[in-house]
Design a protein around this ligand. Structure first.
Ligand code: SF4
Length: 222
C-alpha cells in the first residue's frame, strides 16, 4: 500500500469511529487565536474558563485586550494556567498586530501563508503548533498541525522514525494528503481524539479504531 493510501485509511478509520470533531471551538477568528495561545500545556476546559472570564468582562476583542494592563489580563486568564507567561504571549501577539497591521485581523488575512507563518513564528512565545493552529483554524490555510499525539501515532504506525521533529512530521502529512483545509482541520482533531482516548503514553490498542493496522508499542512515547 502506498504511503498516501495509509494516511487516507487512518483518516477514514478515525472519522468512521469518532465522526466530525467540529474544531476549533470559537465564535470569532480572534477567539480562536486567543484559544490557540491559551491552550499550550493545559486542557481545553481550563481555556474555556479563561475565555469565559474575558467574555464576562466584555474584553474579548483585540482593541480591548491590547489596552488592558498585562497584570489584569493575567488575572482574567488565570484558569488557563501559566497565566503570567500566557498573558505576556497574548500581549506580544497584540503588540505585533497593532504595531504592524493596525490591529486588524483582516490585514493578516491578506498575507500569503508563508509570510503569515513566518511572522507568527517570530512572535515570542508562539511556536509552530500554536502558529499553525492559528493559520489552519483562524485563517483557513492548508497547513497541517502536528503535536505530541501526531508524533506518537505516526511513530507507532511506522510512518516516521521516533524522534522526528515538528517540520518532518508536518512535511510527512502534507506530502501524503491530497485533502483540503477541511480535511486538515478534521484530521488533526481526530488524531488528538485518538491520542487522548487510546494512543496514550501507555497505549490502549484494544478497541482503538487503528488497532487492525500494523503498529508497534514497545516504546513508551512521551
Ligand atoms: S493505541 Fe495502538 S492501535 Fe491505537 S493508534 Fe496507538 S498504537 Fe495504534
Amino acid at each position: 500500500m502506498m504511503l498516501s493510501e495509509q494516511f487516507t485509511e487512518i483518516y477514514e478509520l478515525l472519522f468512521d469511529r469518532f465522526g466530525p470533531q467540529q474544531w476549533w471551538p470559537g465564535e470569532t477568528k480572534f477567539e480562536i487565536i486567543v484559544g490557540a495561545i491559551l491552550t499550550q500545556n493545559t486542557n481545553w476546559a481550563n481555556v474555556e474558563k479563561a475565555i469565559g472570564n474575558l467574555k464576562s468582562a466584555d474584553l474579548l476583542s483585540a482593541t480591548k485586550l491590547h489596552a488592558l494592563e498585562v497584570a489584569n489580563l493575567a488575572e482574567l486568564i488565570r484558569p488557563a494556567g501559566y497565566y503570567n507567561i500566557k498573558a505576556a504571549r497574548l500581549k506580544n501577539f497584540l503588540d505585533w498586530l497593532f504595531d504592524e497591521y493596525g490591529g486588524k485581523l483582516s490585514n493578516l488575512a491578506q498575507l500569503s501563508t508563508d509570510r503569515l507563518r513566518e511572522q507568527l513564528l517570530a512572535i515570542k512565545g508562539i511556536g509552530p503548533e500554536t502558529g499553525d493552529s492559528i493559520l489552519l483554524y483562524a485563517f483557513d490555510r492548508d497547513i497541517f498541525v502536528v503535536d505530541t499525539y501526531t508524533a506518537r501515532i505516526a511513530s507507532r504506525h511506522h510512518l516516521i522514525e521516533p524522534g522526528a521533529d515538528y517540520e518532518q512530521l508536518q512535511y510527512l502529512f502534507q506530502a501524503n494528503l491530497t485533502g483540503d483545509v477541511e480535511m486538515f482541520n478534521e484530521y488533526h482533531a481526530l488524531l488528538v481524539r485518538c491520542g487522548k482516548e487510546f494512543c496514550r503514553p501507555k497505549a490502549r490498542c484494544a478497541g482503538c479504531p487503528l488497532e487492525k493496522l500494523p503498529h508497534t508499542v514497545e516504546v513508551e512515547f512521551f
